[in-house]
Write a protein that binds this ligand. Sequence first.
Ligand SMILES: *Cc1c(COP(=O)(O)O)cnc(C)c1O
Length: 401
Amino acid sequence: MLEKDYLSKNPNEDGYFGDYGGAFLPPQLIDHFKKISDLYEEASGSESFQEELRGIRKHYQGRPTPVYHAKNLSAKAGGAQIYLKREDLNHTGAHKLNHCMGEALLAKHLGKKKLIAETGAGQHGVALATAAAYFNLECEIHMGEVDIVKEKPNVIRMNILGCKVVPVSHGLRTLKEAVDSAFEAYLADPENSIYCIGSVVGPHPFPKMVRDFQRIVGTEAKEQILEMTGKLPEHVVACVGGGSNAMGIFSAFLEDDVQLHGVEPMGKGTKLGEHAASLAYGSEGVLHGFKSIMLQTEGGDPAPVYSVASGLDYPSVGPEQAHLFSVGRTVLGSANDTEAIDSFYELSRLEGIIPALESAHATAYATKIAKDHPGENILVNLSGRGDKDIDFVVENFGYPE
Ligand SMILES: *Cc1c(COP(=O)(O)O)cnc(C)c1O
């Protein structure tokens, strides 16, 4: 069990969750981040800010999203009953808009004109471009040239939404280079722009802000499942890339007697480079401005990572995920590529819900553990819908028998 009022006491003033977090920044950015942090505390504590956010959640995003009892999936799994928190029904089709709307609202309060970020698969880019359109802000998304070719539909979406997509042509031309490029663009004009991080990662205050904006998922889900079943679920399951959808749903159950499972992608195997299971195989280090547990080469560089789900393909996790795991409040689960693909089809065919490949890792794991827990309930965060993945899955894996 964690201390009482854990959420309001963590992170501490310096942005640490236990041993992890902090803000490792170039000197010229320290004051800017301090200002963002101070103004975030002030704004988020104000009734008008919360009122505006509540209105956006309800009238624009379409919240609350439902919790759905997946009876057919539960019967097939044989054991526990599986419930899905339907973030796939959130506007733009995933949980990411929850923090993008929050970050953009804050940018507006800070008087910023431009939102800057990187994107890998394009999901964060699309969500942020959506938020920018809503708030009438400029939006600039940095993306590796390799990803631009691979994720064409999302590039088109960003263009339609009026966002500028900046191609990044150095190094491996994927996510890591896109982060560097976006950060440089932000460094060039921190007065008028704000860097909007895509998960509970990065320097303080971003892991805290993104968690707070995602808490809506857990708050709603707890109320909904209590109403449906009359009790708390015994288990809550979420996939972990950076950890934002997991923090969103876990946050409501931290002080309860509920087992919290973070599911990491095991990709193709257990060798470095074949997976992105940062907590299972990583060690302490600093990356992208924060201290956490990460997959590293012997030389201390971020290791190459792989998962069939691009959104889980990150060599670290947010500092709070590292903390909750290291103190034993969360347990680790895993699902590999094959299990995720099987679950993608299983959920589609049994329930009529096509999940994102990221979310399919969570449902794969939930169906694996269901057998061991008859009479219990498992609440899964279905973080997004799978429309973005259908071409890729069918071309690479075909249809099941
Ligand atoms: C980006 C993404 C994830 C992974 O990010 P987290 O910060 O770990 O939540 C998971 N699911 C979907 C649908 C995503 O788009």
